[in-house]
Design a protein around this ligand. Sequence first.
Ligand code: CS2
Length: 501
Amino acid sequence: MTMTATIEAERLSDALLDRLPASVARPAYDRAAVTPGIVHLGLGAFCRAHLATYTDAVLAAGATDWGIVGVDLLSPAIRDALKPQDCLYTVLTREDGRDQVQVVGSFIDAMATADQRDAVIALMARPEIRIVTLTVTEKGYCQDAATGALDEAHPLIRADLADPAQPRSVPGLLVEAIRARRAAGVPPFTVLVCDNLAQNGTKVRGIVIRFAELRDPELAAYIAAQVSFPCTMVDRITPATQDADRLAVDTALGFEDRWPVVTEPFRQWVIEDRFPLGRPAWETAGAIIVDDVHPFELMKLRCLNGAHSLLAYLSVVAGIGTVAEAMADPQLPAVVRRLWAEDLIPTLPPVPDTDIPAYTQALEARFRNPGIRHRTLQISSDGSQKLPPRLLEPARERIAAGVQPTVIPLAVAAWMRFLLGEDEAGAVYAVADPLAGDLTRIAQAHRDDSAALVDALFAVEDIFAPELAADAGFRAAVAAQLDSLMHVGVRATLTAFLAQR
Ligand code: CS2
């Protein structure tokens, strides 16, 4: 027998909050007194760095009826990590080597649809739940990304229409919960979509009503008349948690946290104030309450997320691992600046109290934050869902205004090159996308013929609106960039690109 018994680190919990190091911020309120007011669908890193931190501050200011019950939708993994630690977890905020550590308490319970679907629906139907918030990613809404309408052929939608009491899709779950509330005489909750869709609330409203129409037209009419879907703009760069993050957090706490999140200091939340059953006073924590989110959302979705996608596809193909590394590249920052100045900012309406060029300068600093290891491969996922609102819609608007975009064709071409699934050094990576099967098949079929590849991908109507696909100038520009990426590579393509004006 050896003497090296492993000592299991004690797990973060309510009972040991008092024993955390003084530098660690923790819930400044009695968690036992907090009751649920929000059900949150989608327990990933983002909502835990965003919604939960704003709500934590509202609870610290004295509200007791806005606790959040988080629902894990894909697998029960996050629920299973959080439950044994009383749903507490750590938010590690990093910038310039300055770490701030905060234990967040606003999730008061965690569930998973994988094995608790009926209980989740029953909770959503309870009168004290007044808001259902969602971070389920773009694809979670089962939309046709080009039109933003419900994808009626989606396997989950078909399954839910066949068996609506056992929903597996997000529209199916929302509609079943609203139906159950109505049957119990409880007015509907507000649906607060916190994903990066253009006009997110309005779009999801359309998707949910359409699903309900296919299920029960009378219920659809009720939802159309009674359920509020405010639009929001959400922003905080929060990569998927990595093992090194867990280690850093455990070291800072002196205790074990199985699923912390690492994020940047910046956060922004702009919300339309349409909550018939009330809402937490999120503005006291810095949220901006407005009548119309649209200008804010366009600015963020295009400038931040559009630049992310451009960087991600060029970087994955060139073998550059993170956004911060991409921003240390001699060429990529100049390409991003041109994307903002030439193609995106001209499409934006004025944004209240905001200087848009200054906003993009601040974005550049955020992208450079070396404390945030945001993997370009993570951002590359779900391009079929992300490209339309981030880059294709602005391209369409520029063309409609009589101007060919200059940088967007390069971004679209980089995505097409990315679909080959192999970087320039021959390293293979997975193309993660709900349409991955079709897209990678098309890419492989035309891997030696850039013009044929562009034609075949432009024909995918779920991604390219017919108007944009039909524009010969845009198509030729994408084809020229793709040809260059395929034949001379990212570096030489960028050299040529930056040389022309
Ligand atoms: C990113 C976003 O993964 C992505 O596609 O562009 O997750 C981005 O980091 C957030 O929207 C920032 O608010």
